[in-house]
Design a protein around this ligand. Sequence first.
Ligand code: BTN
Length: 326
Amino acid sequence: MLRHDILHLLAAHPEKYVSGEKISQQLNVTRAAIWKQIQVLKEEGFEIEGQTKKGYRLLKTPYSLNEWVLMKALTTTSLGSKIYLEDELESTNGRAKELARQGGFQGQVVLARCQSSGRGRLQRHWESPIGGLWMSVVLRPNLSLADASKVTLAASVAIADAFEELFSLRIGIKWPNDLIFNGLKIAGILGEVVGEWNTVQTLILGIGINVNFPRERLSPLLNATTLFEILKYDVDLNKLAATILINLDKQVIFLEKKEFEELRVRWLKRAVSLGEEVRIMLGEQVIQGIFKGITIDGALLLETEDGEKSFIAGEVQLRSKMSKYF
Ligand code: BTN
């Protein structure tokens, strides 16, 4: 794409002017065509300074989602090898599933600036206004079905690590993979298996993060917060997405090598309600006990009156005994 070629040229000379003549020669297009593309880039949020005698220079890339900026920030082995970015989708998980059924490959990433029917865990609706990070990753990892839930644990650690790296924010993880700040949910993960796991082995990992919008954009009924609410400024969604994908890429490689222990420790360090009395909702049934951690299989470990019991994600909800939120 001509626009991307122009960006590559400008980015190769950071802060410096690149003359229109040079761009036009290198890309074999007219200067008028370049001017036109520069206007489009400015509309996309790129800050590009143009001076008649000197040429153009790139001053700033946009904070809103942009395929070129995201690609440039990625240093992953496979995740993000193909990026699909749309203004609006019903659900990025839905689109990623379609891709998977058409023979998707590991590392395809679907992003939408907003979702009209975003989906959450336990068949819930997921509110997805503009400014959030709504992203789904197609994974075909070399893992068994039993290990699939570990990928969602890996994703929660990847997000928590990214928040710490980029914003020095410490967020907790509520089992299995809700991300919590000060008791309020800031992000969630929806892992879905496509087809028969044993034959197709495709996992869709949906990540939803409340980022650049005020909390009022979400229903007052939700115990939720947004990054904007915490930091009071907008952040670069591309950098955030790239950092999460880079972290996740490493974790998936670890998991494929059957190295779960490090991930388990990292997850436990951030776990909310660890060592506390919690309630587990198993359908209509409520089970009480002390939250002891996660097993080597990624299941929740509970010390109950009848001894230790483990529960796999998907079938239970965790509630803290004290808090009205968990
Ligand atoms: C949860 O209930 O905590 C999981 C929420 C997952 C939301 C994300 S947003 C991107 C992807 N597309 C969806 O429809 N859902 C996931």
